[in-house]
Each structure stands twice: as structure tokens, then as C-alpha cells.
Design a protein around this ligand. Structure first.
Ligand code: F6P
Length: 323
């Protein structure tokens, strides 16, 4: 392997820049030529590929977003799209790929490797933390910090006005951010996609808290929650507990931005090194992750299957602490 291209794809995540920097620096360390593909797979199809030099990656570690930009490419889902992308890589003489992204992006890398045999390795980059083969994904810690900081502020106004707030956090199919935000912000209840909480139980919990004269009530709802989004649940609760002054806040894309936390910077940096070294050791079609503080390489097909679940113990902690 002499020329490696790196790209970021799908929803951006804080720490992606740190992962790009570490990948490129490691490439330079091993005397490789490094390329950046702009706008993910879309840029690969449109030949938006540039050779990277040291100056491109200076002072990016601490910045949120991804300087390579990101996209959710529809064309890369087609065989013609992937063929065009392959031809562009060949034209640049690129012989390996580092893909930083979530499950959709890694699925793309897996397919591409199977079809064209271009050695590819993944770095888990998503705030959702929903990839197996790593304890944490790049961006998750920062997103949790952002959510908790925002919820702290919401609590101030909730307490002043004796209001009940429903705060929706991201996590399309996964409750990892919600669980952490719930534990870290002393939520009255946390609703996640993996577990259905009957509205009646939530009503009982809130009634009990009113009786206990709790000063404020924050309910965290993961966007993909089985009982509906925050607004939907707030509506149902309003009907049953009309005496509550209820407000809804959707944190949304706020959670995707911001400077990466120290944890995300270190994780992204370690994984950038691991990705390039993995490729040089012939580890293809795998994702570099960290489990129990050790680098592990997991076949992409296994990392994306979605069997990483919110820990039952975490769920128990939420339950104990919010009762
Ligand atoms: O990055 C993952 C994620 O944040 C999901 O939790 C969310 O549903 C999705 O991305 C939204 O992304 P976009 O609005 O950019 O398509």
C-alpha cells in the first residue's frame, strides 16, 4: 500500500477532524501518500479527491465538524455510482481507503471492498454510539456532554417556573445518548427506542414526583423512542395531567457540533493510527475500535449489524435514580 485516501461520510461527529488528522499523520509517518476525498462517497463519485499535505491537517484536531465535509450519497447506493467511484480512485492510483462514519458509511465500505477489492478499513464516527466492535464511537462523548450542558440550562428555567420539560435527544434507533443524558442530568424518566415505557407508567412516575414535591421534572426522550417523539409524548401527558405546565425542547443538530471532548480527541487519534497500521498489516474490511482500552479490529459486517444494545445495567441505574 502506497496511497491511502480518507473520507468522512454520513452524519458528522465531533472528533472526525481529529481522526482525519491522525490517519494522515500516521500515513506520513510510514512514508505513504495521503489523499482526502471531499463530501464522502459523493465526492468519490465526482472525483473531488485531493492530495493532502501537512498544512491541510494543522489545527484541525480541536475543531468540530469535518473539514473534508460529509454527505449521505444516494448515488453510491447504485452499482454505477460505485463503479465511477472506483474508476476515480484508480485514476489517482489510490490503493486503500479509510472510511470514518456510522453504520451506513461502513456498509458502503464493506460493499465497495467486496465489489472492487479496494482494501478498506473503518473508523467508527457517529454520535449515536450504535456500532459493535468498540466501546465508544467518535463523537458520542462530546454529544453527551453537549446534551447534558443544554439540559442543565433547561433545568434552571424549569425550576423557576415549576414546569415539566420533555427534552428530545438524538439517536434514531439507539438510546445511548438518552441513557447517558438521563443519568448525567438526573432526569425524571428516560425513554429510549430499545424499551417501551407505557404512558401510564410515566404518568404514575410524574404523579409520585409531584407528591414528593420535586422542584422540576425533565423527561429525556430519544428521537426514535417506541412511544413517539417528545412532542407526541408531551401531548399524551398533557391530556392526563392537565395541571402541569409542559414544554418541549428538541436539542437536534446542536448535539452534532462543537469542539471534541478530550475523550473523543484521544479516541479518534488512537483509531486513526490503528486504521493505517491495520491496513499496512493486511487487515481489510474491518473496523478499528477500542474495547477495554485495547485496539480491536472487527469485521465491518459484524460491526454494523446493530446488536450493540444499551447495557441493561445502565437502564437499571436510570430506573433506580429516577424513582
Ligand atoms: O449522526 C446520527 C444522527 O444524528 C441520528 O441520531 C439522527 O437521526 C440523524 O443523524 C440525523 O441526521 P441528518 O439530519 O443529518 O440526516
Amino acid at each position: 500500500i502506497k496511497k491511502i485516501a480518507v473520507l468522512t461520510s454520513g452524519g458528522d461527529a465531533p472528533g472526525m477532524n481529529a481522526a482525519i488528522r491522525a490517519t494522515v499523520r500516521t500515513g506520513f509517518y510510514y512514508n505513504l501518500e495521503m489523499y482526502g476525498v471531499y463530501r464522502g462517497y459523493e465526492g468519490m463519485i465526482q472525483n473531488d479527491i485531493k492530495k493532502l499535505e501537512s498544512k491541510h491537517i494543522s489545527h484541525i484536531l480541536e475543531r468540530g465538524g469535518t473539514f473534508l465535509k460529509s454527505a449521505r450519497s444516494q448515488d453510491f447506493r447504485t452499482t454505477e455510482g460505485r463503479k465511477k467511484a472506483y474508476e476515480n480512485l484508480v485514476q489517482h492510483g489510490i490503493d486503500a481507503l479509510v472510511v470514518i462514519g456510522g453504520d451506513g458509511s461502513l456498509t458502503g465500505a464493506h460493499l465497495f471492498y467486496k465489489e472492487f477489492g479496494i482494501p478498506a478499513i473503518g473508523i467508527p464516527g457517529t454520535i449515536d454510539n450504535d456500532l459493535a466492535g468498540t466501546d465508544l464511537t467518535v463523537g458520542f462523548d462530546t454529544a453527551c456532554n453537549t446534551a447534558i450542558e443544554a439540559i442543565d440550562k433547561i433545568r434552571d428555567t424549569a425550576t423557576s417556573h415549576d414546569r415539566l420539560f420533555f427534552v428530545e435527544v438524538m439517536g434514531r434507533d439507539a438510546g445511548f445518548i438518552a441513557i447517558n443524558a438521563g443519568i448525567g442530568s438526573a432526569a425524571a424518566a428516560t425513554l429510549i427506542p430499545e424499551k417501551k415505557m407505557p404512558i401510564e407508567r410515566l404518568v404514575e412516575r410524574l404523579k409520585a414526583r409531584t407528591k414528593a414535591k420535586k422542584q422540576s421534572n425533565i423527561v429525556i426522550v430519544a428521537e426514535g423512542g417506541k412511544s413517539g417523539g417528545a412532542a407526541e409524548i408531551a401531548d399524551k401527558i398533557k391530556k392526563q395531567l392537565p395541571y402541569y405546565d409542559i414544554k418541549v425542547t428538541i436539542l437536534g443538530h446542536l448535539q452534532r457540533g462543537g469542539a471534541p471532548s478530550s475523550l473523543d480527541r484521544v479516541l479518534a487519534s488512537k483509531l486513526g493510527v490503528a486504521a493505517v497500521e491495520g491496513l499496512l498489516q493486511g487487515k481489510y474490511d474491518v473496523m478499528a475500535g477500542i474495547i477495554n482500552n485495547k485496539v480491536v479490529y472487527t469485521p465491518i459486517a459484524k460491526a454494523i449489524v446493530g446488536d450493540k444494545e444499551v447495557d441493561e445495567d445502565d437502564f437499571r441505574v436510570v430506573k433506580i435514580l429516577s424513582t
